[in-house]
Ligand binder design. Structure first.
Ligand code: BEZ
Ligand code: FE
Length: 294
């Protein structure tokens, strides 16, 4: 083995780490070493900076628990989560695009009947979301499941409220023709958690830490690729600067403002102003093996 110099060190380490039986782990470790060494060669950290980086990562790990994932948040604000999402969801251009899931999804959402209210008294402007879940060929997909979660009208998710039951989330099913009707309240834009190491970092930049108002959807239907996405409110001031890079053009929708006394999509008169959002989700058919692997 050659003794190391600044010049040969990267190659010496790569050589040592090439004897890994698992080919995928070998590929990942070879790339990690190459890119880490290139980063250090470019930045040339001094000892204090290297220690500050270790301290930052240590404190980031210490922030993590079953409710809080500061490492995923770092991946989100650096665009890595969206890149992983894009690589893993290369769909037909006619299909509704995916976007990042984020940390606020809670499994086992309460089932809500077609047209039922998932806000259940939460603060906010009433909002009806209507449309169809369909395939690329236009066929309505009956029995598709729409798992929704969002902030209330004060910008807070269930995790951020001290509620005993579910808050601002629900599971709907499409009718046989693929149509759905959801009653909720309009979400508002909100900040990502800023009380941890990522907040500390963001506060040393001029980058916005806001997400534009959106509703999260996880949609599944037998025989189709699942879809995790959001609908964003057109005109939101943070649409262009979403801190997690989640906005895609076809996910920006008009929240049509209706006056008090107008008829809602379920046919009843609503005695206060409300929004109506129309959106068709388009799923791509999948081979059974591909769906099982998702
Ligand atoms: C969210 O949309 O819920 C979210 C996504 C990434 C980071 C923080 C929040
Ligand atoms: Fe969100």
């Amino acid at each position: 083995m050659p003794y190391v110099t600044e010049q040969n060190l990267t190659n010496v380490v790569l050589e040592r780490w090439k004897d890994i039986p698992d080919p995928r782990l070998r590929e990942v470790m070879q790339a990690a070493i190459k890119h880490l060494h290139a980063f250090v060669r470019e930045v040339e950290p001094n000892g204090a900076e290297w220690f500050a980086a270790i301290d930052f990562l240590t404190r980031t790990g210490q922030m993590c628990n079953e409710k809080r994932q500061e490492f995923i948040l770092s991946s989100d604000v650096l665009g890595v989560s969206m890149l992983v999402d894009a690589i893993n969801h290369r769909r037909d251009s006619g299909a509704t695009p995916s976007t990042v899931e984020g940390p606020f999804h809670v499994p086992n959402a309460p089932e809500i009947a077609d047209g039922g209210d998932m806000a259940k008294g939460a603060p906010g402007i009433p909002c009806y979301v209507v449309g169809k879940v369909r395939g690329l060929g236009g066929e309505g997909i009956g029995g598709a499941e729409l798992d929704l979660w969002q902030t209330d009208g004060e910008g807070l998710y269930e995790d951020q409220r001290n509620t005993t039951g579910p808050w601002m989330r629900g599971l709907y099913r499409t009718r046989p023709d693929g149509s759905y009707l959801i009653r909720t309240v309009a979400p508002i834009s909100y900040t990502i958690p800023m009380d941890g190491t990522i907040g500390e970092l963001m506060n040393r930049t001029n980058i916005s830490h806001m997400r534009p108002a959106h509703i999260h959807f996880a949609i599944t239907a037998p025989g189709y690729h699942g879809l995790v996405t959001h609908l964003f409110q057109a005109g939101d001031e943070f649409i262009e600067t979403d801190v997690v890079y989640g906005v895609k053009e076809s996910l920006i929708v008009d929240f049509k403002k209706m006056p008090a006394g107008a008829k809602a999509p379920h046919g009843e008169v609503v005695n206060e102003p409300f929004y109506v959002v129309n959106y068709d989700f388009v799923l791509e058919r999948a081979a059974a093996a591909a769906v099982a692997a998702e």
